[in-house]
Design a protein around this ligand. Structure first.
Ligand SMILES: [Zn+2]
Ligand SMILES: [Zn+2]
Length: 672
């Protein structure tokens, strides 16, 4: 009798080991390496990935006949879904981001979906957008395209950091590079933070590349995802526009990856495997000898630093297209307004400017950052906010302790009643959001059309699209909104943008607060003056002297970078050290606290006995200490790149008590 085939399987579970299974005769011919299969594991059925075929003689100390291997139950796919590239990528993700190989691979494989008859191909349809073939880039764009074209031609890997101010024509650079890649018979991946907020870019892509464009995002149905994935595999889709998870698109011959708005935090996955899209893209581009372009008007500090160090090739678009002028940015000191006895949300200057613009039938955007989950008190006379003396992050008010806590190191202070800086009694907690602004503005301009767009109003069905088109048609005079209106709102009639309070992001309990502030303000300012009339931006703040606000006022990324990078170096924050955030969570607060102490002891022991070198902050209750019924405590680690692999390998094996869970976030975007 012929012997059964034996396969080595990676289970999609938090297990380090791989497992041997036998293949029943009837499906023996169909099993391939890289396929998904379902196997019995204990009392459960678990999905796994075929890593390789194994000869009995290959494995010492294991008698297959005697041990009677279990059979796999069934095959999931008709062909392999994991290539060598994806096995290697999964291994890398597991080692870097501290998860199992199987967990990493489960993020890479396509959705499970039964094969259905292929639908009739769309080419029978008539209203397909025709492909426009010829566009000539402008000299500024052509210049920076040169090194990109060279790499595409030679099939060389390189990562470019494209630093281009708003409205400088970055999209045209992307389109040109993609066109060249397609000419060479390869495919292109274009990654964006959020599909719904980029309708204008998608339209441009469809106009240029017609039906070769596919779209991938988390709101697609399972069937749509599956069909798109298949079309990508076959090479029917040649340009895929997608959010984070599209980075795993299995193109047969990937030639270019572009990450637009590369600084956005949504490129970091917040669940296991907690990968960053940029790092996965670098891995894939290297493997495929493809070009990677990271684009942004405000590159992340880490990326810009890597470009400065020579790891990325820095290219710069510094002029707006059609020689449009940069908007005029004015910074208004709200503490001065207070001294003038104006206690209103809007300064005199902003009020006057709104009146003037709407008299001319132009449109105004008022921006207010989402308040978030935190309560910080700040001084309305001088802008002072209480920061941790060790970590320099804003401290957060806790009702339970009736005091201020640093969320990195657990340093505690009493809530100040007088401002420690200027002794004013105007220490206030944040008290208003977009709703309040809407109320105030409606009272000021009762006859005008005013619209509020934020998470509360936009996520009813189609509301965003409706509001978007109303605004586009000029039917709205004043639009009030959060971050949501920063993206994709490229309207020529907008001549005035008011930032109602720039300081909300500055007071976030995060080492990135200055970066977030600068980047948001710069993006907001980019909304003004995209037509023939030059735009004006008014930034209201209690911190007019803060470098992030001053630099945003001049739209000067480099001066911001130079000051921020010093701060990061002084306090050992990225890019100088890597952070690893360890969070223990569970339903019983006492057990969570006990477990975090155990973890701390283990970490101390690793420093002493295993000779590891890192510093740790905390333990401290996580800022949102209780989230969906679970208590959370965290320890923050600062570590050198060279030391990370050792620590991660130890952490991966760390076992929490029953009912408790340890999450390991390597290079966290938010330590919140
Ligand atoms: Zn003060
Ligand atoms: Zn601290």
């Amino acid at each position: 009798m012929e012997e059964k085939k034996i396969i080595n399987i990676i289970l999609s579970a938090p297990l380090e080991k791989t497992f041997y299974y036998a293949v029943p005769q009837d499906i023996s011919e169909r099993v391939e390496v890289g396929m998904r299969v379902v196997v019995p594991f204990g009392k459960r059925e678990v999905e796994g990935y075929v890593l390789n075929f194994v000869e009995q003689s290959e494995v010492k100390g294991f008698d297959f006949k005697k041990d009677r291997l279990k059979n796999i139950l069934r095959i999931v796919d008709k062909q392999a879904v994991l290539s060598d590239e994806f096995f290697a990528l999964g291994r890398w993700i597991a080692d870097y981001y501290a998860c199992s190989w199987g967990e990493a691979l489960s993020a890479i494989v396509p959705p499970r979906c039964s094969e259905k008859k292929r639908r009739v191909h769309r080419k029978e349809e008539k209203n397909v957008v025709s492909r426009k073939s010829f566009f000539i880039p402008m000299p500024q764009q052509e210049n920076i395209l040169k090194p990109i074209r060279k790499c595409i031609d030679k099939g060389h890997y390189k990562t470019f950091l494209l630093h281009g101010i708003s409205d400088s024509g970055k999209t045209e650079v992307y389109l040109q590079a993609i066109a060249q890649v397609l000419q060479r018979g390869k495919q292109a991946l274009f990654l964006v933070p959020e599909i719904a907020l980029t309708p204008q870019v998608i339209q441009q892509f469809c106009e240029r590349f017609g039906e070769e464009v596919g779209i991938w995002h988390s709101h697609l149905s399972l069937r749509e995802r599956y069909d798109t994935w298949k079309a990508v595999c076959r090479g029917d889709i040649k340009v895929l526009i997608g959010t984070r998870s599209a980075v795993f698109a299995p193109f047969p011959d990937l030639g270019i990856i572009i990450i637009d708005e590369e600084h956005e935090t949504s490129f970091k996955q917040e669940q296991k495997p907690m990968y960053h899209t940029r790092e996965v893209a670098i891995f894939r581009a290297r493997w495929k000898k493809a070009v990677l372009i990271l684009g942004s008007a405000t590159p992340s500090l880490e990326s810009y630093y890597r470009a400065k160090q020579g790891e990325f090739h820095l290219i710069y678009l510094e002029h707006r297209i059609e020689e449009r002028k940069k908007p005029l940015v004015r910074i208004v000191d709200m503490a001065k307004e207070l001294r003038r006895n104006n206690r209103k949300i809007l300064s005199g200057e902003l009020q006057a400017d709104i009146s003037e613009q709407i008299k001319e039938s132009r449109q105004v955007i008022l921006f207010m950052n989402r308040r978030g989950y935190f309560t910080t008190n700040f001084c309305r006379s001088c802008g002072y906010v209480l920061r941790c003396p060790r970590c320099s992050v804003a401290m957060v008010y806790h009702l339970k302790q009736d005091g201020m806590i640093c969320h990195y190191c657990n340093h505690k202070e009493k809530e100040p009643s007088l401002c420690p800086e200027c002794e004013s009694k105007y220490m206030r907690k944040f008290g208003y959001g977009t709703e309040k602004i809407e109320e105030v503005v409606k009272k000021m301009f009762p006859s005008k059309k005013i619209l509020r767009l934020d998470l509360d109003t936009a996520y009813k069905k189609n509301t965003y699209q409706k509001m978007f088109s109303l605004f586009k048609k000029g039917k709205i005079d004043i639009l009030i909104g959060t971050q949501m209106i920063v993206k994709g709102f490229d309207f020529p009639q907008v001549t005035l943008v008011g930032v109602v309070l720039a300081d909300t992001t500055l007071y976030l309990p995060s080492f990135r607060s200055a970066e977030t502030t600068f980047s948001l303000l710069t993006q907001v300012a980019g909304r003004a003056g995209r037509g023939n009339v030059p735009g004006k931006v008014i930034i209201q703040t209690y911190n007019p002297q803060h470098y992030s606000i001053k630099a945003a006022g001049k739209l000067d990324y480099v001066s911001f970078y130079e000051q921020e990078v010093k701060f990061r170096e002084d306090l050992d924050y990225p890019p100088f050290k890597h952070l690893i955030n360890l969070v223990v969570r569970g339903k019983n607060v006492d057990r969570v606290e006990k477990e975090i102490e155990n973890l701390k002891s283990s970490l101390k022991m690793w420093i002493k006995r295993a000779g590891l070198n890192f510093t740790m902050l905390g333990p401290t209750p996580a800022p949102r200490a209780k989230l969906s019924g679970k208590f959370r405590w965290q320890i923050l680690i600062k570590i050198d790149k060279e030391e990370m692999a050792k620590l991660v390998s130890l952490l991966r094996l760390y076992k929490c008590g029953g009912g408790l869970y340890l999450s390991i976030d390597v290079d966290p975007m938010n330590v919140l």
